[in-house]
Every structure is written in C-alpha cells, then in structure tokens.
Design a binder for this molecule. Structure first.
Ligand code: ADP
Ligand code: MG
Length: 306
C-alpha cells in the first residue's frame, strides 16, 4: 500500500468530515465567592449535520453552560469546542458576532427572553433578517412562511403578551431559524409548559429539523423529550454519560454508556446503588465483555473470594 501524504486538500476534506458540533474534553470552571465550580468536566460530544439531538440531565448538570459555549455567549476554560469548523475558544469578537447572527439560532426557556414584547409575531421573525440585507418584502414573505410552517400563521399580527406560552415558543423557533442557521439550540424550551403544549413545541423543533434541514440540539431535564428524538445524550456532573438510541419504527430503544478517549465511562447511578458499589469496583476482561463487580463480592460465579 502506498502511504498518502497529508496535503492541504486532505486536511480540508478531514475538516469536511468533522461533525458539525465537536466537543472534546470540554471544561468550564466558574469562580463563585472564591469557590471553584466545575460546570463542565471534560465533556465529549459529536453531532453530525442534520441530527435532532436531545441532551438530558438533572438541574445543575451543566446543560446551560454547554449551550452557552456552543452558542458563542460563553468561552470554555479548556478543551475543544467547534461548531461548523469554527473554534469557539479562539474566535475573535467580530467572528463571534457573525457566528451568533448566522451560524446558530437559540430558543431559551424563559419565553419572555426570546421575543421583543413590543413587536408582533411577524415583526419578531423579521427582526434577525435585518442583518442579511434582504429586502423588507422578502423578509416579510419569509417570516409569514415560517409562521405558517410552525402552525401559528394565525397569530402573525399579535404581540407576545396576547399569545399562550406554547405559541410564543413556536414564534421563538420561527425567529431562531429566520436566518437559516446551521444549528438551532433550545434550552429547556418546554420547561414552562404543560405536557401537551410542550409536545407542540417539540413537534415544531422536529419540523425545523425535517423540513428546513436545521441541526437541532435541545437540552432539558425532562426525560420525556427523548421520546421525540432518535438520539438522547445524558449529561451528569458536566460530562456526557449515557446515550439512548431510539428506533421509532421498530419502537425499540438501546442504551449505551459513553466511553471517552481515556477509557473513562460513568456507571449509571441506579446500577451502582443496586449493587452498593462505592469507591472501588473489580474488573475482569472476558472474551466479549468486561465484568464489573462490587469490591466485596465474588469476582465471578464460582470464583475465589477475597
Ligand atoms: P443546568 O443547565 O444543567 O441546570 P448549569 O449549566 O446552569 O446547569 O450549571 C452547572 C453548574 O455550574 C451548577 O453548579 C451551577 O451552579 C454552576 N454555574 C453555572 N453558571 C455559573 C456562573 N455564572 N457562576 C458560577 N457558577 C455557575
Ligand atoms: Mg439550565
């Protein structure tokens, strides 16, 4: 075999193969009253273009911190975070502004944070397009189409305070995708809504993904959200821990633990609690799996005790 030398072309194509979102060993440390808080502790995440992904974790697990970094609002302390090939750690201010206007869109949990209260739904969706140089007529037409797509064309001339929470969130989604971003981030977009309204908002996110081709990352503490997506990544203590793949047609799900480059993985709390595993476990390599035992238990059925 002839060895292929790394050329500029090869490097460019390698970048082309890079996932749209790439986090490796991502760390974010905050200092609060001289106390160090490690919000992200070496998080790994790869998201290919076109995916609809849920990131699920308890309150305080680092979800908002992750989205803050990926949307260019916050800067990592260490590690790699790239979106669409752009390095979020070294990005300059001007690049950051362009990134936030064109590459990413976001929807926040607090409905009020997403929309201008003094603008109608249509005007809200038109607002981000001001940066594109599109003519007013074209902006208006696109805003109307987006509102129709998400089923809220009827509210186009209404202001946010005359809409329900679910309607406001759907207008927020239309606004977030107005500039056709590569990725749409949603931070607990259903958090303030009841189950049914939440499902409508999830449907709108699915539509943005399926019909506009936007990659969508939704973070939430609500495990039910994973029923609406194919892949769910669990986040615990600032690291990705579990992945659930759901095959909607076969109605089956498969759970995986995330194994990082250093061989680290998190055992689910329910498993370690059930076997009272603490501090130390015993491992054994078998032909096709790895056994994990509590420190005190027999190493394997019929095996020697310590
Ligand atoms: P989640 O969104 O999953 O609830 P966050 O990302 O908001 O979690 O927070 C993760 C951890 O980082 C929490 O312990 C939180 O208190 C802490 N944290 C987040 N932002 C800051 C900040 N600006 N200053 C200090 N600590 C913070
Ligand atoms: Mg949060």
């Amino acid at each position: 075999m002839i060895e292929v030398l790394e050329s500029d072309e090869a490097a460019a194509s390698a970048r082309g193969r890079e996932p749209l979102i790439l986090c490796e060993n991502l760390v974010r440390i905050f200092w609060a009253d001289k106390v160090e808080v490690q919000a992200l502790q070496g998080l790994d995440l790869h998201v290919p273009p076109g995916e609809l992904l849920a990131v699920v974790g308890a309150s305080g697990s680092g979800k908002s911190t992750l989205l803050g970094i990926l949307s260019g609002l916050d800067v990592p302390t260490a590690g790699t975070a790239r979106v669409d090939g752009l390095d979020l750690r070294t990005m300059k201010r001007r690049e950051r502004t362009a990134f936030r206007r064109h590459t990413v869109g976001f929807v926040w949990q607090q409905t009020a944070r997403n929309l201008f209260p003094y603008l109608t739904a249509l005007e809200n969706v038109m607002a981000p397009m001001t940066y594109t140089g599109m003519r007013a007529q074209a902006r208006k037409a696109r805003a109307g189409e987006l509102l129709d797509l998400f089923g809220i064309g009827y509210a186009r001339d209404r202001r946010p305070d005359t809409m329900s929470g679910g309607e406001q969130q759907r207008v927020a989604i239309a606004t977030a995708v107005a500039n056709d971003p590569r990725v749409l981030f949603a931070d607990e977009p259903t958090g303030e809504l009841d189950t049914e309204t939440g499902a409508q908002v999830m449907a709108a996110l699915r539509q943005a993904n399926a019909e506009l081709g936007t990659t969508v990352v939704v973070v939430t503490h609500d495990p039910m959200v994973s029923e609406h997506v194919r892949r769910t990544v669990g986040i615990r203590n600032g690291r990705t821990s579990l992945e659930v793949l759901r095959d909607h047609e076969a109605q089956s799900t498969q759970e995986y633990a995330v194994l990082d480059k250093n061989g680290r993985m998190q055992l689910p709390r329910a498993f370690t609690d059930a076997l009272r595993m603490k501090d130390r476990v015993r491992l054994a390599l078998e032909d096709d799996h790895i056994g994990v035992w509590p420190q005190q238990a027999p190493q394997r059925p019929g095996g020697e005790r310590e």
